[in-house]
Design a protein around this ligand. Structure first.
Ligand SMILES: [Ca+2]
Length: 488
């Protein structure tokens, strides 16, 4: 017995003199958690998801040791709603945060003035302070909580520090930087925009020589600094890249590389966008390398995902991306707008790149992370469900059997106000202007080409009834006739 105690003492002395960080970081009950949330990255934008022009060797390598989700959904089809769902475990409809912040209240007023036939509901532009966030929950377990990058769910009075983040760098109320190059300032829509905190180095010096610096490189630098500074504390890092949202801007040498690679055979035809994707990949590589260097990779969960589907409109006369084989893109409730690439490295049960086909949603992150960190789920009004069993390689019948819901009572390019449900392989969309219904079977029609609403009336009624019941339960706001509308 004495020998055993002596040995333990010796081991602890050796370990503590070797590296305290390493010893405590290996506390498996509190693994570090990193979310890498890209912006507008489409379902087929990564090499491991079938991209042709784009190249993502580092992310593909991460996929090889991760679980790769083939039916991962954003709870919203645009930025802010999904981001709010990640933070709270609630759907955008329940939060009444169904459109991006800038469009939330102003757009409804604008439509009223324009005399459109239907008015969008008034929705939130700030995540209410009383909402309980994933960071608040982890902070209660003594995690260091850090947000780096795009926030887009609130103004300065609703920044990450109001939602449980100890550290917040480069946050922005707006959805996109004016430029991806230093100093990240400029006029957009007649408004002066900037990305906070990046004009000053950590040593307190302003405007050092950062000419040509690219935003995503800088965010990764800041994230790596945070990881180093975390020392012995377990950390939650919400690394929220502004890539690959517009403005479509990348480094000249990367653009040249993809311009030379372009082929008319490819689905993807935008060399600058491919260069932006490459930059994300480079930075994921750097970040993972840093985890290896610090010896904490084996105790760090890494989630890589996006916030909505890829943009299929043009930016500066060039189509941004293509979500093949999925229909449509950002804003839409067809698969191209909501199905997103997602991989998770869970060190206790590392994957081998295997595909998980069970649908998951961004509403599931809060309960999943709480379960991982051993935090009792006392939140009775969230809608997400922990998918930890899937990470452990176990069955999850309740996830397989549940339905997922979306509600977008707004206009976005060709997208009209619409609600949707996915139940098993069935997917139904209800368009709110004229009430028309579409029903698809994703098992053999992933492209959503064959509307079965007329030929499958029983299934249509079943899903429609579920969808409407859900909308009533969560208090989803609809569109309404504009009393001031005058037919031209
Ligand atoms: Ca987005």
């Amino acid at each position: 017995m004495k020998n055993t105690i002596l040995n333990l003492l010796l081991v602890s002395i050796v370990l503590s003199s070797y590296s305290q960080t390493q010893v405590i970081a290996q506390n498996e009950s509190k693994p570090n958690i990193i979310f890498i949330v890209t912006d507008d990255l489409g379902w087929s934008d990564l090499g491991c998801y079938g991209a042709d022009l784009n190249e993502t060797p580092n992310i593909d390598k991460l996929a090889e040791k991760s679980m790769v989700f083939t039916n991962s959904y954003a709870a919203g089809s645009v930025c802010s709603p999904t981001r709010a769902s990640i933070m709270t475990g609630k759907t955008p409809a329940k939060l009444n945060y169904t459109v991006w912040s800038e469009a939330a209240t102003g757009n409804a007023e604008e439509r009223r003035l324009r005399g459109s036939k239907y008015l969008e509901p008034l929705t939130l532009e700030n995540l209410p302070l009383e909402e309980i966030s994933i960071a608040e929950k982890l902070k209660s377990k003594d995690y260091l909580t850090a947000h780096v990058g795009k926030w887009h769910i609130g103004d300065y009075m609703h920044f990450p520090n109001t939602q449980g983040f100890d550290v917040s760098v480069a946050s922005s109320q707006r959805g996109a930087p004016p430029s991806f190059f230093y100093p990240y300032t400029g006029i957009v829509y007649d408004e002066f925009r900037f990305v906070g905190d990046l004009g000053m180095d950590a040593d307190g010096k302003y405007f050092t020589n950062r000419e040509g610096e690219y935003l995503t490189d800088r965010l990764t630098d800041e994230a790596m600094k945070m990881i180093e500074d975390a020392g012995s504390r377990p950390f939650f890092l919400n690394l929220s890249y502004y890539n690959v949202h517009v403005p479509i801007e990348a480094k000249a040498e990367d653009i040249t590389y993809f311009k030379n690679k372009l082929s008319s055979e490819y689905h993807h035809q935008n060399e600058t966008y491919a260069a932006m994707v490459k930059n994300v990949d480079d930075n994921v590589g750097r970040l993972l390398h840093k985890l290896d260097e610090l010896g904490i990779s084996e105790n760090t969960i890494v989630v890589f995902t996006s916030d909505n589907g890829g943009v299929i409109q043009k930016y500066k006369d060039k189509v941004v991306t293509d979500n093949f084989p999925l229909r449509e893109g950002k804003g839409s409730l067809y698969e191209g707008g909501i199905r997103i690439p997602t991989m998770i490295f869970y060190p206790k049960n590392p994957g081998k790149g295997q595909q998980i086909d069970v649908p998951i949603s961004t509403i599931d992150y809060l309960p999943t992370v709480m379960e991982i960190a051993g935090i009792p789920n006392d939140l009775d009004n969230i809608e997400g469900e922990s998918f930890l069993p899937l990470l452990k390689g176990e069955e999850a019948k309740s996830l397989e059997n549940r339905a997922l819901y979306w509600h977008f009572p707004h206009y976005y390019y060709a997208v009209k106000p619409v609600s949707s449900i996915r139940d098993g392989n069935w997917k139904l969309l209800e368009y709110l202007e004229d009430g028309h219904i579409e029903l698809y079977n994703l098992a053999d029609d992933l492209e959503e080409k064959h509307n079965l609403a007329d030929t499958e009336p029983l299934k249509t009624n079943e899903l429609l009834s579920k969808l409407r019941k859900w909308k009533t339960n969560v208090g989803a706001k609809g569109i309404r006739q504009n009393p001031n509308y005058k037919k031209q």
